[in-house]
Design a protein around this ligand. Structure first.
Ligand code: TYD
Length: 138
């Protein structure tokens, strides 16, 4: 999806079942989020000062959640940029395809939970920024 812009990302307030003994947030396929989930992965044990991402996807849709702690996601469509701070496990960020992303400022013990619309495919990645810019303008 070459034509997407950063205005196509949005935060999704996920349901929170509050319980004094511990809260629950559930994400059901196509109910709380606009795609069917084919993969779940999570980043953890992230050393202080580390950054992740540094790539774009051609077709992958994602919902990114700070399941624990906090971090920053910077998104670019080659023209405009948006920066989101995620810090609540009931707040997800919908990321459409075609956006360059960088994740950084991870708090200690942060867990970045990602629901993904496809299984892993290296062919879906654009890992070079100039290739991304060329892709967006082609
Ligand atoms: P990558 O998506 O580049 O990580 P990040 O954006 O968090 O910095 O993936 C890092 C490595 O992990 C890469 O070699 C591919 C592998 N990987 C999988 O095998 N399966 C997956 O689902 C993901 C997300 C990554």
């Amino acid at each position: 999806m070459k034509q997407t812009s950063v205005s196509d990302c949005y935060e999704i307030k996920l349901p929170r079942l509050y319980n004094p003994a511990g809260s629950i947030t559930a994400i059901n396929n196509l109910q709380e989020i606009p795609f069917a989930t084919k993969r779940v992965y999570y980043l953890y044990d992230i050393p202080g000062g580390e950054s992740r991402g540094g790539h774009a996807h051609k077709s992958l849709q994602q919902l990114i959640v700070a399941a624990s702690g906090s971090f920053t996601i910077s998104l670019s469509d080659g023209k405009d940029k948006r920066v989101f701070q995620l810090s609540q496990p009931y707040n997800g960020l919908y990321v459409p395809p075609g956006l360059w992303r960088e994740l950084d400022h991870f708090s200690s013990g942060a867990i970045c939970l990602v629901l993904a619309s496809t299984t892993y495919s290296e062919d879906d990645y654009i890992r070079d920024y100039q290739t991304f810019i060329d892709y967006k303008s082609s």
